[in-house]
Write a protein that binds this ligand. Structure first.
Ligand code: ASP
Length: 309
């Protein structure tokens, strides 16, 4: 049993903690498939979801995760919070913390916002649900849980394709790969790669077709238009799809065992062809399902470690 104080990122977790969260997550997959999807694990706990960036999967899965474990869950979005009236993020967080929630789940465009808030919030655990282009730890954990349930990830090669520069998901995977024993290959035009990416010890390709042989997972990323600072990162969406989109030909070249993943939201016809997204190789909806179980595991670890689970 491992209790966590906060979940800022994969950077702060060690392999043992990640393995524990995956084990706990696996135990919650079954609960979500029963006809009565409820356990008393987090009874009496209060969780606030505070989202300043749009979200479908992450916000809903944290809400369902909390409710399935009998916690009281409150959702606040930027459009309904007092930051609209000029209140700072810190004042909003201090205000919510004064209502004594056990956990504050935060998504915000500011990288490092969770570390910053944790310095001021004494008794509330903070979960990073995506901080700018920095980290998205529960997505990486969700992906590992999905792979654990579909043949494992140790020794495998996950090829991440697309807008790596702005992807917090790619960054969390680069950090997790070293700790958990899988390889990450990156595929992107130079304009969509972060500087000094070699420091992560991953293989980098600019030609998607060259990166396909030996890939166990093709992990496609959306172009993060909300974070692009120039509109000349690639010539056009059509050309981007030609060079970096996952189509039927590339999926066939990857071979029958290769899985397709995407953290969502997908832009069909841009980074992924529609028939590939719906193909037998696609684990995209499995990722969504496992996202609930993984967030149940994270909330449990934050609220005491999962003895009852
Ligand atoms: N849902 C993921 C994130 O929040 C990926 C994306 O938005 O493209 O980072």
């Amino acid at each position: 049993m491992i209790a966590l104080r906060h979940l800022f990122g994969i950077a702060e977790l060690d392999a043992e903690q990640i393995r524990y969260l995956l084990q706990l997550g696996a135990s919650f997959v079954g609960l979500s498939r029963r006809s009565i999807r409820k356990a008393p694990t987090l009874r009496g706990k209060t969780i606030i979801n505070l989202f300043f960036e749009s979200s479908t999967r992450t916000r809903t899965s944290f809400e369902i995760a909390g409710k399935r474990l009998s916690a009281d869950v409150i959702n606040i979005s930027s459009s309904t919070s007092a930051t609209k009236k000029g209140e700072s993020l810190l004042d909003t967080a201090l205000t919510l913390a004064a209502m004594r929630p056990h956990v504050l789940v935060i998504r915000h465009a500011l990288p490092g916002c969770c570390h910053f808030l944790a310095e001021h919030l004494r008794e509330t655990s903070i979960v990073n649900a995506g901080d700018g282009a920095h980290e998205h730890p529960t997505q990486a954990l969700t992906d590992l849980l999905t792979l654990q349930e579909h043949g494992g990830f140790v020794g495998k090669t996950i090829t991440i394709v697309g807008d790596i520069a702005h992807s917090r998901v790619a960054r969390s995977h680069l950090l997790a790969a070293r700790k958990m024993g899988y390889r990450v290959r990156l595929v992107a035009p130079k304009t969509l790669l972060p500087r000094r990416v070699e420091q992560f010890g991953c293989e980098v390709y600019h030609d998607f077709d060259e990166a396909i042989p030996g890939s166990d997972v093709l992990y496609m990323l959306r172009i993060q238009t909300e974070r692009l600072t120039s509109n000349c990162s690639f010539p056009s969406l059509r050309e981007y799809h030609e060079a970096y989109g996952l189509n039927g030909r590339r999926l066939a070249a990857a071979g029958e065992q290769c899985l397709v993943m995407h953290p969502g939201p997908m832009n069909r016809g841009v980074e992924i062809a529609s028939d590939v997204a719906d193909s037998a190789a696609s684990r995209i909806l499995d990722q969504v399902e496992h996202g609930v179980a993984m967030r149940m595991a994270v909330l449990t670890a934050l609220c005491g470690g999962g003895e009852e689970a």
